[in-house]
Design a protein around this ligand. Sequence first.
Ligand SMILES: C[S@@+](CC[C@H](N)C(=O)[O-])C[C@H]1O[C@@H](n2cnc3c(N)ncnc32)[C@H](O)[C@@H]1O
Length: 314
Amino acid sequence: MTTTQHPKPCLKWAGGKGQLLEQLEPFFPQELAQGSIQRYIEPFVGGGAVFLHIANTYNVSEFYIFDINPELILAYQTIQKNVEDLIEILDNLQQHYFSLEEEKRKQYFYQIRSDFNQKRHQINFESYNLDWLERTAQLIFLNRTCYNGLFRVNAKGEFNVPFGRYKNPRICDRDNLRLLAQLLQKTHIQQGDFTECAKFVNHQSLVYFDPPYRPISQTANFKSYSPNQFNDFEQLRLRDFFTYLDQKKAKLILSNSDPKNQDPTDDFFETAYAHYRIEKIQAARSINSKSSKRGKINELLILNYSLMPANRDG
Ligand SMILES: C[S@@+](CC[C@H](N)C(=O)[O-])C[C@H]1O[C@@H](n2cnc3c(N)ncnc32)[C@H](O)[C@@H]1O
């Protein structure tokens, strides 16, 4: 029996939506299943779990992905342009890593991490060149071997996650990288602010926004994607952009945290998105770094379209 293979995310990213796909699915517009969505656009793509789910499930012909993080976008563009050479470099890193004892693996991790940080200022992020191959291989290697498998940088923009001690991490997944490269051939990939996607949005587009979430409590604000914070001013700038794209008649869906988990009187999103549909879904997410405080919490989905009755009941 032959099964069609689909790409999975190649990087683990803070706020990844891999665990929420089932809950999101009923809220996609009916036009997606009907085949009348021509473009899928994701302005905060991160690890790309939703992008890949849509590409693997529906018949959409063009994809547009954006993120402000230059390292992430460089990695996607490298996979798009030269996946075979990337696989070779990553495979060498993996083989060397697996040949080492634990203590030496740890030393090797810190060696790669410091090389990655030192070379940051020499990289030309603007146009593809051979340095991108090593940089992407190092990013994937660090993401797979660091503690908790995340990408996090300090105020100076240096990757600062410690060693992770996984027994046999899958560093080089050739098949998956090749599948991803195939999909990226029909994907526009761009580094920049979320507003950069505007010129690609038309009435046959679905735009999914997954911005850095508004913190629901002081202690929940431990996620750091990049040195610049996504504060309430940014959340409202995003709302204004949502309203602007709504006028283009695109289908829009936006995820965010539900402040009512912590403070039932906090009406930030009800006020900001008063003209739109606000739905709640349940996420098994850690809202607190203490495991005792982990459990199901609500998240918001903000939509500019109506749902079919079957979806609403489900
Ligand atoms: C919640 S994560 C996205 C998670 C992603 N959907 C996934 O499933 O892995 C938010 C992303 O927004 C990006 N970001 C932060 N500020 C941004 C901005 N102003 N414009 C575009 N992207 C931004 C971050 O780099 C991060 O990758």
